[in-house]
Design a protein around this ligand. Structure first.
Ligand code: SAH
Ligand code: DHB
Ligand code: MG
Length: 223
């Protein structure tokens, strides 16, 4: 099995199941033009996230790690017209590109981007007593995932879905000798999920155009 084959299968799945998407194509082109790293979720992963948020009946979505807003647009598509999405980004250049991509996609009125370290924005949201979020997507810096989980739970209600990207990192999470901070962060996060009786969780590994990685999905049972 090779990345070439995984990528070919991703192209086949996307061509078979998804039509042309000029808005998301334009977002990816703008990301390339601005030299953003191509670490957005894959198209089929974005659609999958959007479907999950719809299944959850999400009206309020929280995202950590905006980059160019590619996953943001997929998630915003899951929302009703009066829905709300708050996305957190540290890098002002990423935020600027994202805001332009989000505007082109027609979601400026439902997406709020908060610039700064996600941990600060999460503390602010908590201090503002915002309504709980229905769906939370964790995709910012991997070493902080366990801390983000803790903050996410304070912004949740029973039934909230918490989805984390990049929790497999090419399988390095099972290497007992790994020193990769992202792999260690993912493992620490998965252990925090397992240790929390308020959560029911599963991990799924994925292969495709973005290589070998995985998602973790957790459902808040009670608080
Ligand atoms: N969700 C995006 C990809 C996000 S990549 C998509 O799939 O389209 C991770 C992003 O997290 C980067 O833009 C990076 O700048 C941001 N990030 C890194 N550390 C952060 C922090 N401490 N707070 C907020 N965002 C952070
Ligand atoms: C990285 C971040 C991501 O969100 C991703 O999907 C892939 C890679 C990274 O920081 O390396
Ligand atoms: Mg990611």
């Amino acid at each position: 099995m090779s990345k070439d084959l995984w990528t070919a299968v991703d192209h086949y799945l996307n061509e078979t199941l998804m039509g042309p998407d000029p808005v998301l194509d334009a977002a990816l082109e703008a990301n390339v033009a601005a030299s953003l790293p191509a670490i957005d979720v894959a198209p089929n992963q974005g659609k999958f996230l959007s479907l999950l948020a719809q299944v959850a009946g999400a009206r309020r979505i929280l995202e950590m790690g905006t980059l160019g807003g590619y996953s943001t647009i997929w998630l915003a598509r899951a929302l009703p017209p009066d829905g709300q999405l708050v996305t957190l980004e540290l890098d002002p250049k990423h935020a600027e590109v994202a805001l332009s991509n989000i505007a082109r996609a027609g979601f400026s009125s439902i997406v709020e981007l908060r610039l700064g370290p996600a941990l600060d924005s999460l503390a602010q949201l908590h201090a503002e007593h915002v309504q709980p979020f229905d769906f939370i997507f964790i995709d910012a810096d991997k070493p902080s995932y366990a801390v983000y989980l803790h903050a996410a739970l304070k912004l949740s209600r029973p039934g909230t879905l918490i989805l984390a990207d990049n929790v497999v990192r090419e399988g390095t999470i099972v290497d007992p000798n790994t020193t990769d901070p992202s792999a260690l962060g993912a493992r620490h996060f998965l252990e925090a999920l397992a240790a929390d009786p308020r959560l029911s969780s599963a991990g799924i590994q994925t292969v495709g155009s973005k290589g070998h990685d995985g998602f973790a999905l957790a459902r808040v049972l009670s608080l």
